[in-house]
Design a protein around this ligand. Structure first.
Ligand code: NDP
Length: 501
């Protein structure tokens, strides 16, 4: 936390271990005044940070990356304590975030530095160039499901682009947020990256604290509240909201690989993944074969508290009600559970659940479940699979299993990202943009788009020599107007003619 804050504050909250209910840590509930102080001190740090060269910033980010990497086991332990996710999953998540940090630091100069652009025939006397300047202070509001990977998609790219960052982690994972900010200050020595902790109100205060952009990850409903708060000050936002991602399995697909990927995509992280698999559409010719393979694999998977368990608990207790209601609605409306079912939802853990014959307008097909559940439906052909895939308000990720038609099908899906013959692979490729359309949000993290997201383009035109035609002057003559008309006729007058009936 920022050093300047009032130490007399008494209000605190606990983060709990979702497996045992034990208190993992106690953290301050930062008030609006605290958040403003953090933003003010980040702004001071931003002045120093943005004045560094790209190389100098990259060196600092490399030092931080080294510290995180050497203490990976410690970070994974905090993640495990606060979310309940298995150590192996926590390590993988942090490793992918480190890779993004490396990419962002290493590519910022190439993507953002000033570059020449063509000035066009009419302005041939001008030299035109553009560069991408940092915005100042970026507020990041993060979720609990991937408490390192997800916020780092904004934090790493915003920092590499020359901004300071104030991060509000979820109330379920404040310890992870504090760990990240503490190691940053240790590595870099200045509070360019800070954390504020608290509940939803602290996040709302960050939206109103005068930051230059807010990057939000969480539910669509809270995303709308964030956007409304930011609208008061015309603060731009990136919204990474939920999804209802589908897998499409074509008749020529590698069925075993498709079933393996579907199960992992649906159940990894106990299904609490924004790009998690929640629906599957399978060609009728391979439906039975696929379902048999999926069921067999799912039967070997259990969520429990044993040390070797591959599935952890549901991190946020109120999510259990959402998962239960989606399964119940599917069953009430004629669906069948071929694995799991309503009894799969326990007090802390949810067992894998595979639902079939579920109507397309039911909760389990339309709303984000965020649990280890998946619906499987038979389709006549790929046209039907695509139409059903596209029939939700969301459009985050998607997956296609097909040997011959992968690209063709992928291009017809309305989603920000698609993996072909793999699942969620796009998230681990740092040069690819990450984000959605529709209720999944807008704006992008990761890749060149993710770097530019935290900048503003600065355009400069510089006169190299006097213009042949003085167009931007009251001394412009009638002759110049006629010459302009002639040039326009040559340049643009021969375009296609409007067809007559
Ligand atoms: P929220 O969207 O409510 O929370 C996400 C973040 O926003 C948290 O840091 C939260 O803080 C913060 N926040 C809450 N209210 C406000 C506000 N008014 N202004 C600013 N920030 C705020 O998600 P939940 O954790 O409640 O999860 C609900 C559902 O969201 C899940 O069931 C799942 O469907 C979806 N979700 C999607 C995620 C994704 O990756 N796209 C990630 C997490 C959830 P705090 O935690 O302190 O309340």
């Amino acid at each position: 936390m920022t050093q300047q804050l009032d130490q007399t504050r008494t209000e605190t909250f606990d983060s709990l271990n979702p497996i045992t209910g034990d208190v993992v840590g106690t953290h301050p509930v930062h008030s609006a005044a605290d958040v403003e102080a953090a933003v003010a001190s980040a702004r001071e740090a931003a002045a120093w940070w943005s004045a560094l060269s790209y190389d100098e910033r990259a060196r600092h980010l490399t030092t931080w990356r080294g510290v995180i990497t050497r203490r990976l086991a410690q970070l994974a332990d905090v993640m495990h304590q606060e979310t309940g996710k298995p150590h192996g999953d926590a390590t993988l998540e942090a490793a992918l975030a480190i890779d993004h940090l490396a990419w962002a630091g290493g590519h910022a100069e190439k993507v953002l530095k000033r570059r020449r652009v063509p000035s066009g025939l009419l302005m041939a006397n001008q030299a035109a160039s553009v560069e991408y300047r940092p915005l100042g202070v970026v507020g990041v509001i993060g979720p609990w499901n991937y408490p390192v990977f997800t916020p780092m998609g904004s934090i790493a790219y915003a920092l590499a682009a020359g901004n300071a960052v104030v991060f509000k982690p979820s109330e379920y994972t404040p310890g992870v947020g504090e760990w990240l900010a503490r190691t940053f200050v240790e590595a870099v020595g200045r509070p360019v990256f800070q954390v504020v902790t608290g509940l939803g109100d602290t996040g709302a205060a960050l939206c109103r604290a005068g930051v230059d952009k807010v990057a939000f990850t969480g539910s669509t409903a809270t995303g709308k509240r964030v956007m409304a708060a930011c609208a008061e000050t015309l603060t731009p936002v990136v919204i990474e909201a939920g999804g209802k991602d589908a897998v499409i399995v074509d008749s020529d697909a590698d069925i075993d690989a498709a079933a393996d990927a579907t199960l992992w995509g649906a159940c990894a992280n106990a299904g609490q993944t924004c790009t998690g698999v929640e629906r599957v559409y399978v060609h009728e010719r391979v439906y039975d074969q696929f379902l048999d393979a999926l069921v067999e694999k799912a039967q070997g998977l259990r969520a429990d508290a044993t040390s070797g368990s591959q599935l952890g608990p549901i991190t946020m207790p109120k999510q259990l009600d959402v998962i239960r209601s989606h399964i119940q609605d599917a069953l009430d409306r004629g669906g069948r559970a071929v694995v799991g079912g309503i009894d799969a939802v326990g007090d802390r853990f949810v067992q894998p659940t595979i639902l079939v014959d579920v109507p397309e307008d039911s909760l389990a097909v339309q709303e984000e479940t965020f649990g280890p559940t998946v619906t499987v439906a038979k389709v006549r052909d790929m046209d039907e699979a695509i139409a059903r895939t596209n029939a939700t308000r969301y459009g985050l990720g998607s997956t296609v299993f097909s040997k011959a038609r992968g690209m063709e099908i992928a291009e017809r899906i309305r989603s920000g990202m698609t993996a072909i013959n793999g699942v969620i692979t796009f998230a681990a490729i740092p040069s690819l943009p990450f984000g959605g359309v529709g209720d999944s949000g807008f704006g992008r993290i990761h890749g060149p788009d993710g770097l530019r997201e935290f900048t503003y383009p600065k355009a400069i035109s510089r006169q190299r020599f006097k213009p042949v035609l003085a167009l931007t002057s009251f001394t412009r003559t009638e002759k110049a107007d006629q010459q302009l008309a002639s040039i326009m006729a040559i340049l643009h007058g021969r375009g296609g003619t409007i067809p007559k009936d």
